[in-house]
Structures are given as structure tokens and as C-alpha cells.
Design a protein around this ligand. Structure first.
Ligand code: MEV
Length: 438
């Protein structure tokens, strides 16, 4: 039975590594060496990374890749992608190339409203709380003036403050449902600061509010926090092209389009399939969100809640064939920022944003949605034609060979060998053994 370690956070990085190596690993010397091997050679760069989080021991690498040839709203983009899964970047690039001569991707922002709530309990009469909130609302605006001044100057700030009665769901539960425009910032800190100020104002004003004083029931603040569910901060990405009997440079074949629409309909009507379908969309979305230093957990939580907004989890994409025209589109909520947070701290996220021509948050929403749509297109295209494993395993071949300890020349020979053959773990193992015997 271990006793809790005291004062761990106060140890130096070296001491923490020593402690971990001694207490949690079988081979402390190798563990220590490995952790140090992943340090950046420039101590200044390493310090930047150390300070992102707490108790940092080392860096955990993920590949930083790019998918070129994206035509989005008539402009040409190369998408930076950070992801560990082989074949995702290749699939995005393939989809981008496919749609380039067919007019590329169209993307538009449908809304940018962010949400935050002050959750409170009140067991008096609803009318009393409503008139109290109506009385203090000017003070809520007033008390947040210093927090919102900068954002307001640029056209953003608090948009609306509404009292919502949630007592049907939970006895005594009300909330101050607030909406915000945070422009190029994701806005979490701004929103949470405003909400905490609202809470303070409510608590202060409630003390002096006459009808509370007389009746005894005072609203009790439980918590104040932004919501990662942003159903009005939504972006739409779309591709479209003619349907012909045979595929051409600018069209898709009827058979392909019909099978594609069927696949999307299945994801729309069947949650088991919808989850995997949407996971494929998130392969693209998360990779660009991570590369640009945005909060992928917030995006994931919000996107999946949106996928279930009709009461059952469903596809985020739609596809139709109408008047010999194929249309495929995605609508997702994306609360993203291009200023603040990690975007200005991590040197690679700064570069990622530069590769994207330093987009505004709205432009980044459009690009990220396109990454999701492209990924979904590539996945469904494989699924309804060759099957997913052919392309996926080809891309996975190098991972398998690395796992099996193949040398560079063995890798070259086997990549060549599998050029026209199906890749499987067993087949690669057999191929490697054969080469080694020769
Ligand atoms: C794998 O990461 C993603 C897919 O499973 C998505 C899908 O099935 O649509 C290929």
C-alpha cells in the first residue's frame, strides 16, 4: 500500500524524473534516459513546453503533417494536421485532390454565439427571482464593463443574459443563460471571468434585496462556467458536382453517388454506424484543431452533443442526389480561436496558423469543417468501393515493419513487395521472415 507522495509539485524536473523512474518503472536507468531523450535540445524551447502544464517530465511527440491541395471558397490551402493514425493525412490529401477539379469546398459560418451559465438554486416564488434578476441586470452589465471593454471595442462582448427556469428538471434549479461574441478568441477565460463576476454581483445584490430580506429565500449560486455545447456557433462545409453515368474529371458516377448516399443514410438512421462515421469526421477536425493549438476536448464534447440534438445520435453529414447533382455537406459546432491560449505560445501552432495564412477564427472554423468533410468523404468513398483496409493497411505497413524491427533495406523491399498485395500483420511477418531467410 503506497502512501501519497507529498510535495511532488515542488520537486525539480530532474527530481520528479528520478522519483518516477525509481517508483514506477522496472528499469529506472532506461526510463530516465528515455524521458531525457525527448527533451528539446534548446533549453528555452523546452522551458516553454515545460510551462504549458504542471509536473512536466518530457515531451510526447505526435507527428505534424500537412495535406495539400485544398480549394476552399476559391482559395488554395495546405492543411496542417497533428494525428497519430496512419492513412488519415493521405485520405485528406486524396479527398482534396478529388474535389479540386470539381469546384473544391464551399464553407460558411452560420453563427458564432458562445454560451456560459450561472447555475443557481432558489426555493422561493419564481416571480420574486424574476423581478430580482430584472432589477440587477443593469448591474450585471455595469460590473463587467472593465472585463468587456476591449472585446466591445472590437465588436464583441456579452450579447444576452436570460434567466431560465429549470425547475421541471431539478427542484429549485434556475440558470442565468448568457451568450457571448468572442471574435478571434475561443473565449473560455473571457466568458468564465464574466460569469464569475455575474455570480458575485448576484450574491452582493441579493443581500440587500428587500423581498429576499423579508421572506428569507435567497438565491444560492452553485457554479459559473462556460458551456462547450455551442449549437449556435456552427459552420457548414459542402461539396457538389454533377452525376453522370460514368465518372469524369468534373463529375461522379451515378453508381458511386447512389452508394455514397446510402452509406450516409445508414449513418443517419443507425447510432452504431453514426458514431464510427462521425469518428472519421473527427479524424480530420481534431487533427487541424490540434495543429492550430485549439482545445480538441471542447470541440469533441460539443460536436457529439450536437450530433444527438434530435434525441438520437446521428450522422453529422448529409448527402443527396437531386436533378443529377450530388451534394455532400457537414454542419458542426466549432468554438475555435486564432488568438490567445496555446495559439500564441506553441511555436508549431504559430507556424500551423501561418501555413493557413493566419486565418480569423471564422476562417479557421471553415477550414476545420472542410477537414472533417474531406475525411468523411474519403472514408465513405473507400468503404463503398474498395473497403477501408486496402488503403489503411498500406499506410499502416511502415508501422508494422517498425514494430517488427525491420531495417531500412528490409522496409524498402517489403514496401515494394506489398505495392500490389494486401497488407495484413501475418503477411508482413511472413514477408519479413522470408527476406531474412534469403
Ligand atoms: C477510422 O479512423 C475512421 C473510419 O472508421 C471512419 C468510417 O468508418 O467512416 C474509417
Amino acid at each position: 500500500m503506497h502512501t501519497p507522495v507529498e510535495g511532488f509539485s515542488k520537486l525539480t524536473k530532474e527530481e520528479k524524473i528520478q522519483w518516477i523512474a525509481d517508483n514506477c518503472t522496472k528499469d529506472p536507468k532506461s526510463a530516465k534516459k528515455l524521458l531525457q531523450q525527448y527533451w528539446n535540445t534548446d533549453p528555452k524551447v523546452q522551458k516553454t513546453h515545460d510551462e504549458f502544464i504542471e509536473n512536466t517530465l518530457s515531451n510526447y511527440y505526435l507527428p505534424f503533417a500537412v495535406a495539400p491541395n485544398f480549394l476552399i471558397n476559391g482559395s488554395w490551402y495546405t492543411l496542417p494536421m497533428v494525428i497519430e493514425e496512419s492513412s488519415v493525412v493521405a485520405a485528406a490529401s486524396k479527398a482534396a485532390k478529388f474535389w479540386f477539379p470539381r469546384g473544391g469546398f464551399k464553407s460558411s459560418v452560420l453563427g458564432t454565439e458562445k454560451v456560459g451559465q450561472v447555475h443557481l438554486m432558489f426555493h422561493g416564488k419564481k416571480e420574486e427571482l424574476s423581478s430580482f434578476i430584472a432589477t440587477v441586470t443593469p448591474k450585471l452589465w455595469e460590473d463587467t464593463q472593465t472585463l468587456t471593454a476591449n472585446m466591445q471595442k472590437r465588436g464583441g462582448g456579452i450579447k444576452n443574459i436570460v434567466l431560465k427556469d429549470k425547475t421541471q428538471k431539478l427542484k429549485g434549479y434556475y440558470q442565468l443563460h448568457c451568450t457571448f461574441e468572442t471574435l478571434d478568441a475561443m473565449g473560455a477565460n473571457f466568458i468564465n471571468s464574466c460569469l464569475e463576476q455575474f455570480a458575485k454581483t448576484i450574491e452582493r445584490e441579493a443581500q440587500d434585496y428587500l423581498s429576499f430580506k423579508n421572506g428569507g429565500n435567497i438565491p444560492e449560486i452553485v457554479m459559473s462556467i462556460l458551456s462547450n455545447y455551442v449549437p449556435n456557433c456552427v459552420v457548414r462545409a459542402e461539396v457538389a458536382c454533377p452525376v453522370r453515368e460514368e465518372k469524369s474529371e468534373t463529375s461522379v458516377s451515378r453508381r458511386f453517388a447512389e452508394r455514397f448516399v446510402q452509406a450516409v443514410s445508414i449513418a443517419q438512421s443507425e447510432p452504431y454506424r453514426a458514431v464510427t462515421h462521425n469518428k472519421g469526421i473527427m479524424n480530420g477536425i481534431d487533427a487541424v484543431v490540434l495543429a492550430t493549438g485549439n482545445d480538441f476536448r471542447a470541440v469533441e464534447a460539443g460536436v457529439h452533443a450536437y450530433a444527438a440534438k434530435e434525441g438520437e445520435y446521428s450522422s453529422l453529414t448529409n448527402a443527396t442526389i437531386e436533378d443529377d447533382h450530388f451534394r455532400f455537406w457537414l454542419e458542426v459546432p466549432l468554438a475555435l480561436g486564432t488568438v490567445g491560449g496555446l495559439t500564441s505560445l506553441h511555436p508549431l501552432t504559430k507556424l500551423a496558423l501561418e501555413i493557413l495564412q493566419n486565418p480569423s477564427a471564422r476562417e479557421l472554423m471553415q477550414i476545420v469543417a472542410v477537414a472533417g468533410l474531406a475525411q468523411n468523404f474519403a472514408a465513405i468513398r473507400s468503404l463503398v468501393t474498395t473497403g477501408i483496409q486496402k488503403g489503411h493497411m498500406k499506410m499502416h505497413l511502415l508501422n508494422l515493419l517498425n514494430q517488427m524491427g525491420a531495417t531500412e533495406s528490409e522496409k524498402r523491399r517489403l514496401v515494394d513487395h506489398f505495392n500490389d498485395k494486401t497488407v495484413s500483420t501475418a503477411a508482413v511477418k511472413e514477408g519479413l521472415e522470408l527476406i531474412r531467410k534469403q
